[in-house]
Ligand binder design. Structure first.
Ligand code: PMP
Ligand code: GLN
Length: 392
């Protein structure tokens, strides 16, 4: 039989699904896949329920329900001082994942180079490859995850079509500095290329830092495709409502990719997300403040157990360098062992690398109830003690 597509055939199941399945099988506390363990705000869910009953429940406009596109535009003004035309510059998608797929398919021609920052979020590399793009990887390295200017400059070439930037960054929990963003912007302009800016954690930034959108940098308004997600901003990851903002000429082919991918997204959820985006600043501040407390809670309990806690400035994720514990030389083996023996699931950070991955880091999701975080830390502590006793 003829072979099926080489990018997807034989591709392993994504690490998030793999670790969640393992967590369920072993009844482990699941700090692997990134999702909150409480449902999103009551009022937003009620809004969706009402919209479901009152309707309409037929296809909404292809680019999204106008109320949501207007709410996205209003938030660009509120949080970044940018004027965005909701009719021509905003597209609603079925999650940021669809937005990424649409944007990559719409921008990349076979043979185009796309710069990716490694560690990489799971779908980036397969999507670039499937579009025929050639990935150029540039690393950020722990513990500070600084962007190597020389490596970044070297990654650009006349064939560079786009740079895909995840900021705040999953899994590094890094918020790129203004200087780093400026450097990227300068190089992108100089090489006449684009930025696909995955900013799903835009409202989950800690320690008084501010999220700067790539779209707001000088010279970037016509060159950036900015992607957001209601999943992260409203703790409703199962809803899969995302939004794309880009200049009319740039968004046009992305809309065409969307037209033949999902075409639309459930209208009731869109109406509820529009309601959510209109929430006052206090809502967004509280979201970040609550998650910052959770980060601190988990870090405080993990640090005395022996791993090195890597700084975390945003997102849902805390990275632990497990090497001081000398348990396993491979993080994937360690993550499995910790699920089975300790009853706590994490994600091995090597899963975010295409090659030559570091092997001592585990990513733990802290968007969980406090008692769940406490239970996880307690279980890890008990397990480490028994490992030490066995070794003694
Ligand atoms: N990008 C990053 C960096 C993510 O962590 C996620 C997971 N939420 C996504 C994109 C996908 O978002 P969505 O669930 O809205 O498709
Ligand atoms: N974004 C989530 C994470 O990083 C997972 C989303 C998914 O499973 N596709 O864990």
């Amino acid at each position: 039989m003829k072979p099926t597509n080489t990018v997807y055939t034989g591709l392993p199941t994504t690490i998030f699904e793999e670790m969640s399945r393992l967590a369920i099988a072993h009844k482990a506390v699941n700090l692997g896949q990134g999702f909150p363990d409480v449902d999103g705000p009551d009022d937003i869910r009620r809004e969706a329920a009402e919209a479901l009953m009152t309707g309409p429940n037929q296809y909404p406009p292809m680019m999204g329900v106008m109320a949501l596109r207007e709410a996205v535009a209003a938030n660009w003004k509120r949080f970044h001082g940018l004027d965005v035309d909701p009719a021509r510059e905003v597209l609603v998608t079925s999650g940021a994942t669809e937005a990424l797929s649409d944007a990559i398919n719409a921008l990349v021609e076979p043979g185009d180079e796309v710069i990716l920052i490694e560690p990489l979020y799971d779908c980036y590399l397969p999507l670039v490859k499937r579009a025929g793009g050639v990935a150029k990887r540039v690393r950020i390295t722990p513990p500070d995850w600084a962007l190597d200017e020389t490596a970044l400059r070297a990654a650009f070439s006349p064939r560079t079509k786009a740079l895909l930037l995840n900021n705040p960054h999953n899994p590094a929990a890094k918020v790129f500095t203004h200087d780093e963003l400026k450097l990227i912007a300068d190089l992108v302009v100089r090489h006449d290329s684009y930025v696909i800016a995955d900013e799903v954690y835009e409202h989950i930034v800690f320690d008084g830092l501010q999220h700067t959108s790539m779209l707001s940098l000088e010279g970037m308004r016509e060159r950036v495709v900015a992607i957001g997600s209601a999943g992260k901003s409203f703790s409703l990851t199962g809803w899969k409502v995302g939004y794309v903002t880009a200049a009319p000429k740039l968004i046009d082919p992305i809309v065409k990719a969307h037209q033949f991918t999902t075409f639309t997204t459930p209208p009731n959820l869109q109406i509820a997300v529009a309601y959510g985006l209109a929430k006052d600043d206090a809502y967004f501040k509280a979201l970040a403040a609550e998650l910052q407390e959770k980060r601190d809670r988990l870090a405080r309990q993990c640090a005395p157990l022996g791993p090195r806690v890597i700084p975390c400035r945003g997102t849902y994720f805390l990275t632990l360098d497990m090497s001081p514990l000398e348990l396993e030389s491979d993080d994937a083996a360690l993550a499995k062992r910790m699920t089975v023996e300790a009853g706590v699931t994490a994600v091995p950070v090597s899963a975010f690398y295409a090659s030559d991955a570091p092997r001592s880091f585990l990513r733990l999701c802290f968007s969980k109830r406090d008692n769940v975080l406490d239970e996880a830390a307690e279980r890890i502590s008990t397990w480490l003690q028994s490992v030490r006793e066995t070794a003694a």
